[in-house]
Design a protein around this ligand. Structure first.
Ligand SMILES: Cc1ncc(C[n+]2csc(CCOP(=O)(O)OP(=O)(O)O)c2C)c(N)n1
Ligand SMILES: [Mg+2]
Length: 786
C-alpha cells in the first residue's frame, strides 16, 4: 500500500503527555459513538413519515473521528477557522455537543426539520460553523481564499495584529481533490503567496463509488510540493511502527507498502483471520513475522494492521503540533473509511448504515448503557470529572464567540450620476467607482475589487488606476517606470485594493465569498465587488451558489451581456443569467438601462450587503452606449428604481397597451412606444430595472394577500389589456408578468444561441428590435380584443 513518507518536518515529533492523550483518546471514542448513534437514531428510531432513507455517513464520519478530535479539542486556537468535509457533519455536531455548543434536541433531529444539518451550515447550524460545506471541493478552496482575505486585512492593519493570525483549515475527503476547483485554487494561492493554510486530507483511499488508484498519493504530494506547500504524510501509527522495529519487521512494512489499496481495504473488512492468511502465505519464511503473528490473536492482529497514523492520536497530535510556521501545509493522513465499525474498508460503505444487531454489539463494545446513549461522558475509561476538567482547560474553551460583530461602513446619501448624454451602463459603472476612489471616504477605504483577468474589459480600470493592485510585496509598474505609455497603472503593494485573479470564475466566487464574510470571520467589514463577463457566471455557478448559501455579501458586476455584445458573438453571449438572478436565493439582481439608475442602485447595494437581513447584489450591465434621459432622480423615482420598475411613460387611464422593457433594449422600446402612441395614445412604457425584485415581491404579496408592486402598476391598464415585454435575455425572465393581473402578454427575448453581427442585425434576427415590438403589440392587442 504505497511508500512511507515522513513529511517535511524532520524529527520534530513530540509525544503528547499521557494524561492529555488519555483524555483525547476517550473523547475520540465518544465522538465516534455519538456520530454513529446520531445517524442510527435518525434512520432507525425516529418515525419515518415519507419512506425516504434519512441517511448520514457513518463510514465517512468514522474515518475522521481521530483527526477532528485532535483538532477541536487540542489544536485549534480561537482565531483558527475550519471547513469540515461535508459528510463528516455528524462528527462535527458531536464535537460541538461535547463542547456544550450543540443541543441534544438538535442531535436527535439530525437531518430532520430544524435539527442539526446534514452538512455543516453557517446559516442553519449557526455560530460554530466557520465555512459551510456540501458541494465537495468548495469548502477546501474557500479556506485558501479566506487566508487571502485575512492577509488583505492583516497587511493593511485593518484588524488587530498583536496576536498571530488564524490558520484557515480544511479537513478534506481525498476524493475532494478530484474537483477542478482545487487545482484552480492551488495555482491562485501560489501566485498570491498564501500563508496560514492547512489542508488535512482524510486519505482513506475511498470515494463514493470506489477505492482510488494506488498511485494517487504520489501525484498528490508532488502537486502540493510544486505549489510550494509542505507535505506531511501520516502513514503508520505507533503500533505498526513498533512492529516494524521488531526483527524482520521491515518485511511487514514492505508488504503493506506494496499491498494494493483494494486488497488492503478488503482485508480490513475481513479482519484478523484474513490478515493472518495473507501474511502467512507471503511472509511465513521470516521468523520475526511468524513471531508477530503468534503474539497477536485475530482481534489484536486487526488492531495492528489497521493502525494507520490518521487513527493514532499520538501521531496526529505530533504532526499537527510540529507545524509552527505559516507555510501552507498539506497533511496526508492515512485512514480507513468506517474505522472501528463493522463495514470498515468495504468499498460499498459510503452510504452504509449499521443494522440493529450491529448497533447492539457496537453499543456493548462502547460500554454505553441503555438510556445513556446521549450522555456526553458516559461509558468511558476515565472519570467524567476528569474529562470535564480537561474540556474546561482546552484551547477553545471559554473563547469569545467565533463570529465577530463588525461595524457598518457609512454610505453617502447619494452617488453623483456619471456625466454624459450617451453612455453604457458599463461605462457608468467605471465612472461611479472612479469617483468613489477619488472621494477618500470610509466607503472608498473598504471597497475591494476583484476580477478573473477581465479587470480592464469590465471597466474597473479607473478604480484600479487610483487604488492599485493588492500584493504582499511592493512591485513597481514596469511599463510606467520604463515610460511606456499605457492607460493602466498597475503598481502592486499591500495597500492596493484590487485583487487580480487568473481566469477562473470559480475562484472569483470563492474569493467573493471569503471577502464577503470578512466581518464575521475576522471582525472588519469589506465591501467586495467582483466583475466578470455575464456568460461566465455559469463557469462559477456552483461557487456562486455556495457563496450565497453561506450568506456572504458582495456585489457582482457582470458585463458585457446578452447578444448586445454583438460582434463578440454567440460564444460570449448570455441568455439565461437573468433567470439565475431570478432564482438564486441570497442574490438580488438588477439590469438597469441608464447611468442615473445605476447610481441609485449601486448606492443601495452598498447598504443592502451590510444589512442584517440583506443579500448580495448582481448587476447585469451592457457595453451599448445609449442616449440618457434628461431628468433628476427624486426620492420617489429612486425608490421605484430599487423596487424594480417605474413608468417611463405613464399610461393613460384604462390604457389598452403597455410595453415593458428591461436593460439595453431601452431605445427600441422607446421608439416602439413612440410609434404606437399615435394609434393608442394612452399606451404606457414600463421601465423594469429588476425582474428579480418585481417577481419576489409578487410572490411574497400573493402569500400575504396584498397588492404587489407589479400588480399596482398594471392596475393602471384596462383589465386584460395587452402587454409586451422585451429584454436581451430569455423571454421567461418577464413572461410571468402576464399572470400578475391577467394581461394578454407577448414576451420577447432571446432563446437561441447568438452569432456575430451588429446590434440592428442581431436585434432583428432575434426578434427584439422596434419592429418586433410593434408586431408583438399588434398581436397582443388583437388577442386582448377577442
Ligand atoms: C460537487 C459534488 N459532487 C458529488 C457529490 C456527492 N458526493 C458526496 S461524498 C462523495 C465522495 C466523497 O469521497 P471522499 O471525499 O473521499 O470522502 P469520504 O466519504 O471517503 O470520507 C460524493 C461523490 C457532492 N457532495 N458534491
Ligand atoms: Mg475518501
Amino acid at each position: 500500500m504505497l511508500r512511507t513518507l515522513e513529511g517535511g518536518l524532520g524529527r520534530k515529533r513530540r509525544a503528547a503527555p499521557d494524561d492529555k492523550l488519555a483524555c483525547l483518546t476517550a473523547l475520540e471514542r465518544k465522538v465516534l459513538w455519538l456520530s454513529t448513534w446520531m445517524i442510527h437514531n435518525a434512520n432507525h428510531l425516529r418515525p419515518n413519515r415519507d419512506g425516504l432513507k434519512v441517511g448520514g455517513h457513518q463510514a465517512s464520519s468514522a474515518s475522521v473521528a481521530t483527526l477532528m478530535t485532535a483538532l477541536y479539542f487540542d489544536v485549534l486556537r480561537p482565531q483558527d477557522r475550519v471547513a469540515v468535509k461535508p459528510h463528516a457533519s455528524p462528527v462535527f455536531h458531536a464535537i460541538q455537543y461535547l463542547l456544550g455548543q450543540q443541543t441534544r434536541d438538535k442531535l436527535e433531529r439530525f437531518r430532520g426539520f430544524g435539527g442539526a444539518q446534514s452538512y455543516p451550515s453557517r446559516s442553519k447550524d449557526g455560530e460554530t460553523v466557520d465555512f459551510s460545506t456540501g458541494s465537495v471541493g468548495l469548502g477546501v478552496g474557500m479556506t485558501l481564499f479566506a487566508s487571502l482575505a485575512q492577509d488583505y486585512l492583516w497587511l493593511k492593519r485593518l484588524v488587530p495584529t498583536d496576536g498571530p493570525p488564524g490558520r484557515m483549515i480544511a479537513l478534506a475527503g481525498d476524493a475532494e481533490l478530484d474537483e477542478g476547483n482545487i487545482f484552480e485554487a492551488l495555482l491562485e494561492g501560489w501566485k498570491h503567496d498564501v500563508r496560514n493554510l492547512w489542508w488535512i486530507i482524510d486519505y482513506n483511499r475511498q470515494s463514493l463509488d470506489a477505492v482510488v488508484s494506488d498511485r494517487l498519493f504520489g501525484r498528490i504530494d508532488a502537486m502540493f510540493e510544486m505549489m510550494g506547500w509542505r507535505v506531511v504524510t501520516l502513514k503508520y501509527g505507533r503500533l505498526l511502527e513498533a512492529a516494524f522495529a521488531r526483527p524482520d519487521g521491515h518485511h511487514l512494512r514492505e508488504w503493506i507498502d506494496a499491498c494494493p489499496n483494494s486488497l488492503y481495504s478488503a482485508l480490513v473488512y475481513k479482519g484478523g483471520e484474513g490478515w493472518r492468511e495473507h501474511l502467512q502465505r507471503d511472509l511465513n519464511r521470516h521468523p520475526g513475522i511468524r513471531a508477530i503473528l503468534d503474539d497477536h490473536d485475530d482481534a489484536a492482529l486487526q488492531r495492528l494492521m489497521t493502525n494507520l497514523a490518521g487513527h493514532d492520536m499520538d501521531s496526529v497530535l505530533a504532526a499537527f503540533h510540529a507545524v509552527e510556521d505559516d507555510r501552507p501545509t498539506c497533511f496526508i493522513a492515512y485512514t480507513i473509511k468506517g474505522y472501528g465499525l463493522p463495514f470498515a474498508g468495504h468499498k460499498d460503505n459510503h452510504s452504509g448504515l449499521m443494522n440493529l444487531d450491529q448497533m447492539a454489539s457496537f453499543r456493548r463494545s462502547m460500554a454505553v448503557a441503555d438510556g445513556a446513549e446521549w450522555e456526553p461522558l458516559a461509558g468511558l475509561d476515565l472519570p467524567p470529572e476528569r474529562l470535564a476538567e480537561f474540556l474546561k482547560a482546552m484551547p477553545l474553551a471559554g473563547s469569545r464567540p467565533r463570529r465577530h460583530e463588525a461595524a457598518l461602513v457609512a454610505v453617502p446619501a447619494s452617488l453623483p450620476v456619471p456625466r454624459g448624454t450617451r453612455q453604457s451602463t458599463q461605462e457608468a459603472f467605471g465612472r461611479l467607482l472612479g469617483d468613489i476612489a477619488a472621494s477618500e471616504t470610509a466607503l472608498a477605504e473598504r471597497i475591494v475589487t476583484t476580477s478573473p483577468d477581465v479587470t480592464v474589459s469590465t471597466n474597473l480600470g479607473p478604480w484600479v488606476n487610483r487604488c492599485g493592485i493588492f500584493d504582499r510585496a511592493e512591485r513597481a509598474d514596469t511599463f510606467r517606470e520604463e515610460h511606456v505609455v499605457s492607460a493602466q497603472r498597475w503598481a502592486m503593494s499591500p495597500q492596493g485594493q484590487h485583487i487580480e485573479l487568473g481566469i477562473a470564475e470559480s475562484n472569483l466566487f470563492l474569493e467573493l465569498a471569503a471577502l464577503g464574510l470578512a466581518g464575521p470571520l475576522f471582525g472588519t467589514r469589506l465591501l467586495p465587488i467582483g466583475t466578470l463577463y455575464d456568460p461566465f457566471i455559469k463557469r462559477g455557478h456552483d461557487a456562486l451558489n455556495y457563496a450565497c448559501y453561506q450568506d456572504a455579501r458582495f456585489i457582482l458586476v457582470a458585463t458585457p451581456s446578452g447578444i448586445t455584445l454583438a460582434p463578440e458573438g454567440g460564444a460570449h453571449q448570455s441568455v439565461g443569467e437573468p433567470l439565475t438572478g431570478l432564482a438564486q436565493p441570497g442574490l438580488a439582481s438588477f439590469e438597469p438601462a441608464y447611468a442615473d439608475e445605476l447610481a441609485v442602485l449601486l448606492r443601495w447595494a452598498f447598504e443592502e450587503i451590510q444589512r442584517e437581513a440583506g443579500q448580495s447584489v448582481y448587476f447585469r450591465l451592457s457595453t451599448r452606449p445609449i442616449d440618457q434621459p434628461e431628468r433628476t432622480v427624486d426620492p420617489d423615482l429612486a425608490e421605484a428604481i430599487i423596487g424594480g420598475a417605474y413608468w417611463l411613460r405613464e399610461p393613460g387611464p384604462g390604457s389598452e397597451l403597455a410595453i415593458a422593457y428591461c436593460g439595453a433594449v431601452a431605445p427600441e422600446a422607446l421608439a416602439a412606444h413612440q410609434a404606437v402612441a399615435e394609434d393608442i395614445p394612452g399606451a404606457g412604457l414600463l421601465a423594469i430595472t429588476s425582474p428579480d425584485r418585481l417577481h419576489r415581491d409578487w410572490l411574497a404579496a400573493r402569500i400575504c394577500g396584498e397588492a404587489s408592486v407589479a400588480g399596482r402598476m398594471l392596475a393602471r391598464l384596462r383589465p386584460g389589456a395587452a402587454l409586451v415585454t422585451v429584454g436581451d435575455f430569455h423571454p421567461a425572465t418577464l413572461s410571468w408578468l402576464g399572470a400578475v393581473a391577467g394581461n394578454t402578454i407577448v414576451a420577447l427575448g432571446v432563446d437561441r444561441f447568438g452569432q456575430s453581427g451588429d446590434i440592428p442585425d442581431l436585434y432583428r434576427a432575434y426578434g427584439i428590435d422596434t419592429d418586433a415590438i410593434l408586431d408583438a403589440a399588434a398581436r397582443a392587442c388583437l388577442t386582448a380584443l377577442r
